[in-house]
Design a protein around this ligand. Sequence first.
Ligand SMILES: NC(=O)c1ccc[n+]([C@@H]2O[C@H](COP(=O)([O-])OP(=O)(O)OC[C@H]3O[C@@H](n4cnc5c(N)ncnc54)[C@H](OP(=O)(O)O)[C@@H]3O)[C@@H](O)[C@H]2O)c1
Length: 288
Amino acid sequence: MPTRILLQIDNDPQPSSFDSVVAIDAGAEQLLRYGNVQPDSVVSLVHGAMFTRGGEDLRSTAIFIGGSNVKAAEELMATVAKTFFGPVRVSVMLDANGCNTTASAAVVAAARHIDLRNAQAVVLGGTGPVGQRVAQLLAHDGARVTISSRSAERAEQACNEVREKLDGTQQLTAVSSEQIKADISILEQQQIVIACGAAGIELLSKEQIEELPNLCVAIDLNAVPPAGLGGIAVTDKAQPIGSGVGYGAIGVGGLKMKTHRAAIQALFESNDQRLDAIEIYGIAKNIG
Ligand SMILES: NC(=O)c1ccc[n+]([C@@H]2O[C@H](COP(=O)([O-])OP(=O)(O)OC[C@H]3O[C@@H](n4cnc5c(N)ncnc54)[C@H](OP(=O)(O)O)[C@@H]3O)[C@@H](O)[C@H]2O)c1
């Protein structure tokens, strides 16, 4: 078996050291790191990966796409996919800013406490890359999902973007924080609350969470004080809160890290894998 080579392609000037460490821990034997990669400069990198080895050996080369700009990383992913043809391809994974591994770990943690089919879930601050993926994965498994934002338009736009990634049968509703304030029943019906707001922003207080009558699980993905969900510590893992349990960002972090490593390992199993939100969620589910 040839050396396992991972091309780490990143849209930031310096490729993420976090992603490099995880790649090496997951068994990448040679890591080729490229920063500041744009769609027009990625093609030659992909050619270098796909034209140097042939047949079975192609599975020992893979591509990881990262960077803090998730939209730009999605464009890179689309360009990479278009560059392949027939069997002349290598496996590729997108986890820019940890969006897919973090969202996957959060939804798997939620599913430990409630059957997602027909569960009522709200994704607070759900317009960002992590929130949209959390909403996508919850809806994919049958939950009825509400996305909240400070702006009704941005919430609706996020719902539309999530719908485009699904088959159209899923239930997604947009609400603004003003609507939530004006109508308490929007929160009261929720069984799953996942806070995906920007770092260091409280979205719900401890009292608000404790008053939710149907709450099964509340997850806060913000690791920067103050907590996104009051009363949930960053290390909490299935700690009782109100009528349910709570997880903090580090509480779901163990599963996120395992998922990231397992996804890198999966890249080297064949040369035709495209690991994005749903595929990485599948890997997280297998870990549990
Ligand atoms: N544990 C991990 O490994 C890990 C990995 C990645 C991310 N994270 C965390 O996961 C969370 C979501 O990540 P992300 O990259 O999706 O976040 P993001 O894009 O930075 O922010 C998500 C949303 O937060 C809302 N927001 C921004 N400023 C706000 C404010 N002052 N008040 C209320 N809402 C505000 C915005 O929605 P609107 O403007 O539409 O209201 C924004 O779309 C973050 O806390 C991040 O730190 C954790």
